[in-house]
Design a binder for this molecule. Sequence first.
Ligand code: NAD
Ligand code: UDP
Length: 324
Amino acid sequence: MSSIRRVLVTGGAGFLGSHLCDRLVADSHDVICLDNFFTSQKSNIIHLLGKPNFELIRHDVTHPIWLEVDEIYNLACPAAPGHYQYNPIKTMKTSVMGAINVLGMAKRCRAKVLQASTSEVYGDPEVHPQPESYRGSVNTIGPRACYDEGKRAAETLFFDYHRCHGVNIRLVRIFNTYGPRMHPFDGRVVSNFIRQALRNEDITIFGDGTQTRSFCYVDDLIDVMISMMNGPDEFVGPLNIGNPGEFTIKKLAETIVELTGAGSKLVYKEALEDDPMQRRPDISLAGERFGWTPGIELREGLGRTIEYFRSIDFDAFRAPTPNY
Ligand code: NAD
Ligand code: UDP
């Protein structure tokens, strides 16, 4: 049997999706990228257009679509807080109805389907670092709930389709990931700080900057996401994927100022509601299962990301939300 597969990537024009499409196209798979371009733009995948094993479909995952595929990576969902809070009801629909639609497709095609879940299912965690067994601490009625609860409901749907219909699923929980092709106006901390530094603007720290995040470079993340898809059917997850190196937001700001040589100063703004105070993945399971540990250190990954941000024209990007 040929190892070439028909692979659907929903959200394939986004930051992570476009890197995943690159890898799958390079591996000779027949790749369908589906996206509604809510938080992305064609420039992320323009180099793939015209390749015989790449196809682009403009479509919204909240609507059913009939395709014949062997594998589905379900990434379609706004991921930056500013993006997902812009239209929270739509965010919930995208997570839930998107999951139902890809699961229905997987059931009909007997395809394997991987869900891009998130560390946000752990909310503002009381357990640190977070193992997969931790059930989380999410405010169901706060401004982040549309995303957190949408992703939690999608996880439930994946496991129920697996139990009830034998759908071949994979579930990964992604922790903060960064790299080239992040939207420069997505409001996420890495893109915000780099954009601000390159323009010698103030670096905006929300709160006192002691909150922590653990940042994974995109190439490391795509490696393990593909390993999970290709791994044994018995291991469906959930699997934490991310880099356990933990930094305060203040330290991140200082590092970006240093690496860019910017004259920016750090300014402190009001803390965001429900902003998680600490976040670090326990990735021992990914190590046991796939021998995976991320290889790219923060300074190196930031260097590559800064290089990308220097190469783009910010004016060519439409800001999808006013949250930058
Ligand atoms: P992104 O915003 O760059 O990509 C999301 C893509 O989905 C975009 O291209 C967007 O246009 C598309 N999209 C949104 N709603 C859609 C809809 N209704 N129909 C079709 N397409 C739609 O974000 P990303 O960082 O690449 O995230 C990709 C996935 O990974 C998301 O599901 C996100 O929740 C998950 N994730 C990412 C991170 C991270 O740090 N990057 C962390 C945790 C989870
Ligand atoms: N943050 C910040 N300044 C910014 C953007 C973000 O201080 O300009 C902080 C934010 O409050 C949070 C952290 O950086 O504590 C990570 O935010 P991001 O939006 O990147 O992702 P999150 O992990 O919160 O989903």
